[in-house]
Design a protein around this ligand. Structure first.
Ligand code: TXA
Ligand code: MG
Length: 360
């Protein structure tokens, strides 16, 4: 299939191109477009056969449900039912924006969109291109991140082209996205609202509106995939992992730098190519041929925005071994560490541990 690629300026949208994208979606086709979090791969959420095509293009397991994207608050009542007051409170506080709510599924949403579940994930994005495309389609849009299943989510159209060129009808290139990690998911179908996936809307922001909120134990746990079944089915799959072997090194900054440098020397002696992922403030401490500055510790948003692009660059460099510093795990840092730990398969070394004698 020939994939049409259009560049769209979000401040001066070419409505002819947007309407063409809307028409493809209305006919059951696939269109990738930017959202404020990551690029999404859209299909008509109300047409079971259209949303099934997403699974084929991504190579995604079909029990992994899709998020339904809407562009007006009233649409929430059309795709969900028995909506609790908490959903309206969150919508007023954070929509349009990077928050997904799990609600009871409306009758008209096909089970093939929700992976067979009787709940539905609903999100109203704020990105002007995403909103315009949903509106032009005249329907609601099921959209997972527009990457091949297992790869880092796309934060630039180039990433989408890498994974989806030739497999989908259209890609709208709206430049680099702002946030860079996927939306926060909160489940509102239980007694207490539960965060299933951390994101830009943090725990504190949610408790500020709702009071009590709990967090799915699976989020930062090493045993997420085995012992606790995560409530968001997608959280159980291996995700984001670069092809090289990624290890996170945590501890006091001096010890982390010493340990990573020692590990780099060791890997080089074994003829392995190595890369280091570090904060801007400490990137200069590493003696390694590939050192990637991921962003500033003083600005967690910069780390979130660059994380997936840096993980993809590791694959382009074909490095064998990757060492990454650890980042704060509160606020937005929780979302960053959730993605980084998954990418590393929860392989973490503590550099303050004295027992290191030069061999891991
Ligand atoms: O920021 C985002 O949310 C992006 C953009 C494109 O909007 N979308 C995204 O979709 O990240 P995806 O498919 O990559 O991740 C959706 C996650 C998966 O882990 C899935 O299992 C979970 O949401 N999910 C969807 N419906 C659910 C439901 N009814 N109950 C529990 N989890 C659900
Ligand atoms: Mg995804």
């Amino acid at each position: 299939m020939e994939t049409i690629i259009y560049t769209i300026d979000k401040d001066h949208m070419d409505m002819e191109k947007i309407n063409e994208a809307g028409a493809i979606l209305a006919k059951g086709g696939l269109v990738a477009f930017p959202t404020e979090t990551v690029y999404g791969l859209g299909a008509d959420a109300m047409d079971g056969r259209a949303s099934q095509k997403i699974y084929a293009a991504k190579g995604r397991p079909s029990d992994n449900p899709l998020i339904v994207h809407i562009c007006e608050l009233e649409d929430m009542d059309r795709v969900a039912c028995h909506i609790p007051e908490s959903a309206y409170k969150l919508a007023r506080a954070f929509w349009p924006g990077p928050l997904t709510m799990i609600l009871s599924k409306g009758e008209n949403v096909p089970l093939s969109t929700t992976g067979g579940l009787d709940t539905v994930a609903v999100r109203m994005p704020s990105h002007p291109i995403a909103r315009a495309v949903i509106k032009a389609s005249g329907t609601y849009i099921a959209a997972p991140s527009a990457n091949t299943s297992g790869r880092p989510s796309p934060t630039m159209a180039e990433h989408v082209i890498e994974d989806m060129d030739g497999k989908i009808d259209m890609i709208l290139d709206g430049g680099k996205v702002g946030i860079g990690i996927e939306s926060t998911i909160v489940d509102l179908t239980g007694k207490v609202p539960m965060i299933l996936r951390p994101g830009y809307i943090t725990y504190d922001m949610l408790t500020g509106v709702l009071g009590e909120v709990c967090v799915d134990k699976a989020i930062l746990s090493e045993n997420a995939d085995k012992n606790f079944r995560p409530k968001a089915p997608g959280m159980k799959y291996k995700h984001y992992a670069p092809k090289g072997d990624l290890t996170i090194v945590e501890g006091t900054p001096e010890h982390v730098a010493e340990r990573i440098n020692a590990l780099c020397t060791q890997a080089k002696a074994q003829n392995k190519s190595v890369a280091v992922i570090a904060a801007r403030e400490s990137a200069g401490k590493y003696h390694c041929e590939h050192v990637f500055s991921i962003g500033s510790r003083r600005n967690e948003e910069s780390i979130a925005a660059n994380l997936f692009a840096v993980l993809r660059e590791m694959d382009e460099l074909h490095v064998d071994v990757i060492y990454s510093e650890s980042y704060y795990d509160d606020g937005l840092g929780q979302a960053v560490m959730n993605r980084l730990l998954k990418a590393a398969g929860h392989h973490v070394i503590n550099a303050d541990d004295e027992t290191f004698v030069g061999g891991e």
